[in-house]
Ligand binder design. Structure first.
Ligand SMILES: Nc1ncnc2c1ncn2[C@@H]1O[C@H](COP(=O)(O)OP(=O)(O)OP(=O)(O)O)[C@@H](O)[C@H]1O
Ligand SMILES: [Mg+2]
Length: 313
């Protein structure tokens, strides 16, 4: 079982094998030997953080963040699995958004580091950071589309801003992303003419046009009804499978979490209380984790089974 930050000795024995395959993250393997982090060494078997890792895409070490007296994150250590759907859960105000904003350096920590593919992102120059951020796509809670632009224009916008691609090529890329998310035919519509769920899909299509390696979703299903929520879950899985991106999803919604997550990390009381596979979370004997799941009223097994059944019919 992946365990709380308070168990470093145990955790160190669970460090992932560097020979692990991307398709097969080891269970409970995301506990670092934190004390060596600042030097770029994971500490286990000479593993280095300053080299890209087959299994772990983003590696967070000894991260601390406070806003004035509000100590939001304390000694955060965990890893995000490459090509998987990684979900961060936790109560409202626990610091999920703050944590994830560090991944693309939208916030800087008071201490600690985030390594992405072996790069210490907080050490990058402003110019290098701008380039580095292109690894990331972000899907915002309310889609954040331009209301005065059509769906096609919204999706073309990042390509026009950041690439030298011609009109025809841009149109093809946008059409491909919209079709992949079941949005074919919406090109000429304005965001105001779409439902909330469709707007979120357009937000994802726009995030996908620059072919990010990592997609971050901050509460993608908030404010949606259960069917629209499933629709967005389906879209997250479709993007994950088709484009093989590493997904980081912040969510409150346990039904949704159990449908989509390969790995789950729970943020509680400033720390990662536990991180692991669905099974590990489901079988956790940590009281708070159990309560969080039980109170949501969701049976993880049922949520996942029902969803899988629907996707295959
Ligand atoms: N830019 C900021 N300046 C000051 N305080 C902030 C800032 N951003 C977040 N906070 C504080 O950090 C804490 C964690 O906020 P955060 O938005 O990460 O919570 P969350 O877990 O994402 O909650 P929710 O589920 O409601 O979105 C809160 O106390 C919040 O007030
Ligand atoms: Mg938030």
């Amino acid at each position: 079982m992946a365990s709380a930050n308070a168990q470093p000795a145990d955790a160190a024995t669970q460090q992932p094998d560097t020979a692990g395959r991307p398709s097969d993250p080891p269970a409970s393997g995301d506990r670092p030997a934190a004390s060596d982090a600042a030097k770029g060494h994971g500490g286990q078997g000479g593993e280095r953080l300053d080299q890209a890792h087959d299994v772990w895409h983003i590696r967070v070490r000894e991260l601390h963040k406070r806003f004035g007296d509000n100590h939001v994150l304390e000694d955060i250590n965990f890893d995000i699995a490459r090509g998987k759907v990684n979900v961060v859960i936790g109560a409202s105000g626990a610091g999920k958004s703050v944590l994830v904003k560090h991944f693309m350096c939208l916030l800087r920590p008071d201490a600690g580091s985030v390594w992405v593919d072996g790069t210490d992102i907080f050490a990058l120059s402003t110019k290098d950071l701008a380039q580095f951020r292109r690894k990331f796509g972000m899907v915002f809670q309310f889609a954040a589309l331009f209301d005065s632009l059509t769906v096609e224009e919204n999706c073309a916008f990042p390509l026009r801003e950041h690439t030298k691609k011609g009109k025809g090529e841009i149109r093809d890329i946008v059409r491909d992303r919209l079709a992949a998310l079941g949005l074919d035919g919406t090109q000429e519509k304005f965001p105001g003419e779409l439902s909330g769920g469709m707007r979120k899909r357009v937000g994802l299509a726009r995030a996908l046009v620059l072919e990010p390696e990592i997609l971050i979703y901050d509460e993608p299903t908030t404010g949606l009804d259960p069917l629209a929520t499933q629709n967005v879950d389906d879209m997250i899985l479709a993007a994950s499978e088709r484009y093989r991106v590493t997904s980081v999803v912040i969510s409150h919604d346990m039904a949704s979490v159990f449908r989509i997550a390969d790995r789950i990390a729970m943020l509680h009381d400033r720390r990662i209380l536990m991180a692991g596979t669905q099974d590990e979370v489901r079988q956790s004997d940590i009281e708070y984790v159990r309560r969080f799941i039980t109170t949501s009223g969701v049976s993880a097994v049922e949520a996942r089974k029902n969803f899988r059944d629907q996707r295959t019919t």
